[in-house]
Design a protein around this ligand. Sequence first.
Ligand code: FAD
Length: 353
Amino acid sequence: MALADIEIFGAGIFGLSIAYSCARRGCKVRVVEKRQIGAGASGGILGALAPHAPHNWNAKKQFQFDSLIMASDWWAEVTEIGGIDPVYQRMGRFQPIANAHALALAKQRQAAARKNWDKKAEWQIIEADGDWMPQSMTGHAIFDNLSASIRPVPALQGLSAAIRSLGGEICEGQTEGEGADILIHATGHEGLQRLRSTLGADIWQGEKGTAALLQCPHTGPQQIFAEGIHMVPHSDQTLAIGSTSERLHSPANNQALDIDDLIDRAKEIVPAIKAAKRLHCWTGIRPRTSRRLPLLGPFPKRPGHFIANGGYKIGFGLAPLVGEVLADLVLTGHCRIPHEFLPSSTIDRMVTD
Ligand SMILES: Cc1cc2nc3c(=O)[nH]c(=O)nc-3n(C[C@H](O)[C@H](O)[C@H](O)COP(=O)(O)OP(=O)(O)OC[C@H]3O[C@@H](n4cnc5c(N)ncnc54)[C@H](O)[C@@H]3O)c2cc1C
């Protein structure tokens, strides 16, 4: 087998996005996957591409925002090259406003969005109205027109098809590559676990997450985020739901919610989905670093090796820009990665914290 220019370990959303961005620039790439494409956190069913709140602006929010803004064109090109549609849709999102405090905060965030979102997208307080609107105690909700969705499995299939049509290889069921000058480790929560022993820093905190897919004939077009629950309508009359936290508690008895409770709670929040039927559930482990920041850049003390990890809850939203900044770094040496995402910065901070 011929040597690749770049070998990437892990065929999740990070590894495949980087492989695609490098192949798109004419590199010969090989992806080496221990199991099969999408075997890790990326093989799920939710696919929310949703922004963080636009206040308390920081490098992570800016990076995520830039990635969400470029996502439409980036995925359109993946679709054109690979011929598989990941069903990207920029449908916006409703978030009910629960009380006077949340309303005051929403007003601050609306003002912050005007400044930080640079007129590229909107975050607005609106009247909470209509069948698809979640119940709102204040009669108001937030609508943002930046939130989008994608189908995770077709997205991975589409990237894989695009990589292959650009001459790249994807080798499944392997952990050993054939050799390349540049090696990128995009191995999800297992990779973070291994880094803990390699680098002597406690950077790994994988976090379990569960989502459910419901058959749901009556959905609206927008995504909903309410009481920590994401609801993402897909175009085939299904609705994906998932929580932001495994520690979500029932307001009634303060017990942890399981997936059936979560579905029941979602039905209370949005009565329009009362008749929805559960199709299946999916559980994965989010690659969470202890500082909840992505870990992107040169592998400390290993020349020619790079890390792309720490996508945590927003790996699909970050993926287009992760692909492009890693391609910039490994192919041109130009670093557009925020300083706090660099492995060297993370590890230095942990040692001095
Ligand atoms: C329930 C749930 C819901 C989520 N919802 C969303 C959402 O709506 N929107 C969003 O943006 N994000 C979401 N996320 C987060 C997102 O799924 C992750 O951030 C993302 O999938 C991480 O991608 P990754 O490529 O870094 O890791 P993974 O997808 O875990 O990929 C790592 C790959 O590396 C392989 N591997 C491991 N070790 C080796 C080795 N030694 N050699 C070769 N290969 C190896 C693994 O088999 C795996 O395929 C969700 C996560 C969960 C669990």
